[in-house]
Write a protein that binds this ligand. Structure first.
Ligand code: F6P
Length: 326
């Protein structure tokens, strides 16, 4: 394997709070270990359109507390084609980039895996997504901040729900995973979470109405994970309106505000640890791995596992929510 002298870094896919802390950690740890660093703007798109600049320690000063990503991000169609990846590789060579650190979610790591296979480039990934849906890491960068944002919002909705004695369906992000919904529900004392991983929405709804709302509650909050499998908050609320017209139902879709904001301490620390570990991994000759945390320990997870294996929601969480929402 050729010696690594210069490391390129990019953020790709949906942004997540803590990506800047990760960029900072990768840049500083790389420079500390004697590597040169190149910042690649707009993810894989910037690799194709040649938006690549030298990164020094000053480039990453004062960013640990900022949401979003200073490198910008994009979802790049062209990189899914062999022609696009060929141009990306040529630009890498032009800038003498020997290895890449890719910060992003499953789509970004899928792209990294294909690219690494085609061109024999050492790539290390960092799990950057609010969805927490990557296998092999307990937490992804951005997840904790998004969860706290959800908590902040739901607490406020609770006030008005209680005042008006309403049933609220609140839709949260997560793509096909229910982590934000289930843990958001536990953190806010919600009556239920409708998540794609368990039962059908119909069963979950009936259970909610029978166990809680009908018996003792005059207001209820249900967190709904966005997913074709749950149908989303709007569709569920419509069904409830038809079946239980006596309830005054409302819907709130939290949307992209879940992706913004200054990262929590937990996300900053996670991003810093994983970012520094990405450089250790490259020094050790690792490639095609995502850096994860497993019980507070740094682990290397092959891309194939991180992307393709389903990360289960702990049934204990579901049970806890059920027992506490009586
Ligand atoms: O993967 C992060 C995420 O925020 C998902 O939760 C959501 O489904 C998706 O990205 C939204 O993507 P976009 O910002 O492209 O609409």
């Amino acid at each position: 394997m050729a010696q690594i002298k210069t490391i390129g870094i990019l953020t790709s896919g949906g942004d997540a709070p803590g990506m800047n802390a990760a960029i900072r950690a990768v840049t500083r740890a790389a420079i500390y270990n004697g590597f040169k660093v190149k910042g690649i703007y707009r993810g894989y798109k910037g690799l194709i359109t040649d938006e690549i600049v030298d990164f020094k320690t000053q480039n990453v000063s004062n960013i640990i507390q900022q949401g979003g990503t200073i490198l910008k991000t994009a979802r790049c169609k062209e990189f899914t084609t062999p022609e696009g990846r060929q141009i990306a590789y040529e630009n890498m060579r032009k800038h003498e980039i020997d290895a890449l650190v890719v910060i992003g979610g499953d789509g970004s790591l899928t792209g990294a895996r294909i690219f690494a296979q085609e061109f024999d480039v050492p790539i290390v990934g960092l799990p950057g997504t609010i969805d927490n849906d990557l296998y092999g890491t307990d937490h992804t960068i951005g997840y904790d901040t998004a969860l706290n944002t959800i908590m902040w919002c739901v607490d406020r909705i609770r006030d008005t729900a209680t005042s008006h004695e309403r049933l609220f369906f609140i839709e949260v992000m997560g793509r096909n995973a229910g982590f934000l919904a289930i843990n958001g529900a536990i953190a806010t004392g919600a009556e239920a979470a409708i998540i794609p991983e368990i039962a059908t929405p119909e069963e979950q709804l009936d259970q909610l109405i029978q166990n809680g709302f009908r018996k003792s509650k005059n207001s209820s909050i249900v967190l709904v994970a966005e997913s074709p499998r749950t149908g989303g908050a709007m569709a569920l609320a419509e069904r409830v309106k038809e079946k239980y017209p006596q309830y005054d139902t409302r819907v709130t879709i939290l949307g992209h505000l879940q992706r913004g904001g200054s990262p929590t301490a937990q996300d900053r620390i996670l991003a810093s640890r994983l970012g520094a570990a990405a450089i250790d991994a490259l020094i050790e000759g690792q490639r095609n791995v995502m850096i994860g945390d497993d019980d507070e320990k740094i682990v290397y997870v092959p891309f194939s596992k991180a992307i393709h294996k389903d990360k289960p929601v702990d049934p204990d969480l579901v049970e806890t929510l059920r027992r506490l929402s009586i």
